[in-house]
Design a protein around this ligand. Structure first.
Ligand code: KG4
Ligand code: ZN
Length: 361
């Protein structure tokens, strides 16, 4: 007997739905939200409204594209081929994220589960990022370590099974994605700046400028010092020690310095973020004696990190795993696969389950 899961993801500014059968992705639909571009960041209230507009067509398309069977239109859709009755469970992102956005997905999933009398499965967004590594072959054997790097989180996760995970290191301040996005903002780049830093870095010299590596004990990370050092560095147009505001150049001179050196600045910042991440991952591998190692989350789409991770893996004889790009940034396929494993473990939630902005791990 096969198991088919419909999953909904709405934790931030992407409305996404996916159908998976026995862990294999049959459809993966994402609607982005352009409305935030003019504000330089995600506006929570606008995100919730856009989710409400997007959720019916996105879920409907995910079911139709899954192509499970022809025929009977369903309550929420009108197209033939859209068979909600074929689903064995409805999975959704419960936390963490923007509460208004999460509530749209949660309420929709609950209503759907109630209407077809099928079980409901609530998922942790960051755990689902980790399990994106189980979507395609080759999959890591358990136990594995996962460096999960997103817009709001930076974690090293020890994964014993699809339903047993432990955070063994995490950021004490900014996340890696925030480090990318905030420094991109200082460089005058639009939100989200991570992909743009990646793009400019590809033409730059990563050794041209030196930024400090924080000395944080254990497996935890910190990115706020790096952010400050980049701020001072830009304020003095790279003329003096990057740790101090010894003097400030004029805005015009600062802009000129950035324009003239953008590729090298991006490459140097990116290289430092990558070395901070990979040095901690190396320590985690030594400490746990685990050599199946994955990366996940939006920042794992970074071309420099993907390359450096592969090279580090070769050097230390790790078996390395990186999800396909579309499964790194926010998506519902990872929610579907995480939901599938919870289904197999018989872990269901009742209709009283509520969305939560902050999640217990
Ligand atoms: O996982 P994700 O899509 O959403 C959250 O759960 O937060 O991660 C979004 C983060 C943003 O900070 C974005 O700038 C970053 O991932 N990101 C990248 C790249 N693509 C996305 N950062 C660096 N290089 C990229 N290519
Ligand atoms: Zn995410």
């Amino acid at each position: 007997m096969s198991t088919t899961i419909l999953a909904i993801e709405s934790s931030c500014d992407e409305t996404a739905a996916s159908v998976c059968r026995d862990g294999k992705i049959l459809s993966n639909i994402i609607a982005g939200q352009k409305v935030h571009e003019q504000y330089g960041g995600v506006v929570p209230e606008l995100a919730s409204r856009a989710h409400i507009q997007n959720i019916v067509p996105v879920v409907e398309k995910a079911i139709v594209d899954a192509g499970l069977s022809a025929g009977v239109p369903i309550a929420i859709g009108t197209k033939a081929g859209c068979r909600i009755q074929d689903m064995d469970a409805i999975a959704f992102t419960q936390s963490p994220g923007l509460i208004g956005s999460l509530l749209v997905g949660a309420q929709f999933a609950k209503s759907l589960a109630l209407s077809i009398n099928k079980p409901l499965i609530a998922l942790h967004h960051m755990q689902a990022h980790v399990l994106a590594n189980l979507i395609e072959e080759p999959k890591p054997d358990f136990p594995f370590l996962c460096l999960t790097v997103s817009g709001g989180h930076t974690q090293i996760v020890l994964c014993e099974s699809p339903i047993e995970m432990k955070v063994i290191g995490e950021t004490i301040d900014d996340a890696a994605g925030e480090a990318f996005d905030k420094t991109a903002k200082m460089l005058g780049l639009p939100y989200p700046g991570g992909p743009l830093i990646d793009k400019y870095a590809q033409q730059g010299n990563p050794d041209r400028f030196q930024f400090p590596e924080p000395q944080i004990p254990g497996l935890d990370f910190s990115f706020s010092g790096l952010k400050t050092s980049i701020l001072y560095f830009l304020q003095n147009a790279g003329k003096t020690n990057v740790y101090k505001v010894e003097f400030k150049v004029s805005e015009v001179e600062k802009k000129k310095f950035i324009n003239d050196n953008l590729a090298d600045i991006c490459a140097s910042i990116q290289q430092r973020i990558i070395t901070i991440l990979l040095n901690k991952l190396k320590s985690a591998a030594i400490q746990t004696n685990i050599n199946n190692i994955c990366i996940a989350g939006g920042v794992s789409a970074n071309s420099g990190l993907r390359k450096a991770f592969g090279e580090t893996g070769k050097k230390y004889k790790w078996k390395t795993f990186i999800p396909k790009l579309e499964y790194c940034t926010d998506n519902a396929a990872m929610i579907a696969v995480a939901g599938y494993y919870k289904y197999l473990a018989g872990q269901f939630d009742d209709l009283s389950v509520s969305a939560s902005a902050r999640a217990k791990w």
